[in-house]
Design a protein around this ligand. Structure first.
Ligand code: NAD
Length: 365
């Protein structure tokens, strides 16, 4: 009963072998196909849940499950701690066999979350943004902004990247963080937020704006064809896009069940919310008119995207023999005897001498 462990350094090793651009291209295509094929009867995705708290720092830890009927269950655990010195988003993926409950894989999910969030925006932008888009605007220049730019830049040919962040250090370090994948000659220009919104063709908002403090821009001046990928509205009360712009736009949620509670869709009435990304995936030509009008992809984070990125990384891990196979769960010959494997692994005398349970005895005295 072996579990495949993929640490952050295993994933970095894999990315080095595959190449970041090729990996992103593969992920974008896989995700687009997964949206087309998504059948909620075969792949069950409940809305996520979690613990939200203010102490010791404002943050949350959530669990995002998915089950492929008759095959496997994915449980992603994700933390959001915007005041932490570590990445704001940290996550771990556990994959389980639904025939036995055995853990198939355990993997660092932080890089994979950033990759799949970027890839999802690339897919949505391909279907809803103007194909000739040359200017992308980024509000919030943290970790997710890097993969937003990388992924969407695989689909569009940008001449200009406009950036805005309330944190001067994040803004200043952004050009260096994106230089490894940016085409030569593409300008990255820090721009006042209203000018950024007024001039870009595609806008990504990926901020850690606090609950109740949004929206993060005004939105009264935009291109007629502006496409927005809203990434950071993912908690009740946390929004990035002004209601006035949502009302003037075609709004496509990634996962309506969740988006209505946590995403930009929480600001809208059900009748003002457009079809979900999977519906657009099944017939993009029916929505092509929106490429020349305003649209918003309300990305709250869909567990299907987590499953697809993990599946892809596990395939590559097998191909390149990267990762560690570990027997986390042990089994004896008699499934009814939980002590059998202990006595083989250690020594029967442990039970007699009492060493391992001495503490238990003491605490009872
Ligand atoms: N939709 C998804 O699937 C998904 C996936 C991962 C993360 N997220 C969300 O995306 C957001 C960004 O995540 P991250 O990992 O990049 O975080 P991060 O902390 O690395 O970056 C967030 C940036 O937003 C900036 N910011 C905060 N308020 C702002 C404002 N009003 N205007 C401009 N900039 C502002 C911060 O200064 C920071 O640089 C978070 O809210 C996170 O929950 C969503």
């Amino acid at each position: 009963m072996k579990t495949t462990l993929l640490s952050h350094s295993d994933l970095a090793d894999l990315v080095g072998r595959i190449g970041l651009d090729r990996l992103m291209d593969e992920l974008i295509e896989r995700l687009a196909s997964a949206f087309v094929d998504y059948d909620p009867r075969a792949t069950e995705v409940p809305a996520r849940d979690g613990f939200h708290y203010q102490e010791p720092e404002p943050g949350l830890i959530e669990w995002m499950p998915l089950m492929k009927r008759g095959e496997m269950m994915l449980m992603k655990v994700v933390g959001y701690h915007p005041h932490s010195p570590l990445p704001t988003i940290l996550s771990t993926f556990g994959l389980f066999d639904t025939a036995t409950g055995a853990m198939i894989a355990l993997a660092d999910g932080t890089l994979m979350t950033a990759l799949r969030t970027g890839a999802a925006s690339a897919v949505a932008s391909r279907w809803l943004a103007r194909p000739e888009s040359r200017t992308i605007g980024l509000i919030g220049c943290g970790a997710q902004a890097v993969t937003q730019l990388h992924a969407i830049g695989r689909v569009f040919d940008f001449a200009e990247v406009l950036t805005h962040d309330i944190d001067a250090a994040a803004l200043a370090s952004f050009p260096e963080r994106v230089a490894p994948f940016l085409s030569e000659g593409t300008d990255v220009v820090a721009t006042p937020v209203d000018d950024l919104v007024a001039t870009c063709d595609i806008l990504c908002t990926a901020t850690s704006v606090e609950v109740g403090a949004g929206p993060v821009f005004d939105g009264s001046r935009t291109r007629d064809w502006l496409h927005v990928n809203s990434i950071g509205a993912d908690v009740p009360g946390k929004v990035e896009v002004p209601l006035s712009l949502l009302r003037r736009s075609f709004v496509c949620p990634d996962f309506p069940l969740q988006a209505r509670v946590e995403g930009e869709c929480q600001q809208l009435l059900p009748e003002d919310i457009g079809p979900e990304i999977c519906e657009i995936a099944r017939c993009p030509s029916a929505f092509v008119e929106w490429q020349s009008k305003r649209s918003v992809f309300d990305s709250t984070g869909f567990a299907l995207e987590d499953y697809i990125v993990l599946e892809l990384m596990l395939e590559h891990a097998r191909e390149y023999s990267v990762g560690t196979e570990m027997e986390i769960s042990g089994v004896g010959e008699d499934p009814r005897d939980p002590y059998e494997s202990l006595s083989k692994a250690t020594n029967k005398t442990h039970f007699a001498s009492g060493d391992p349970i001495a503490g238990v005895r003491l605490s009872r005295e």
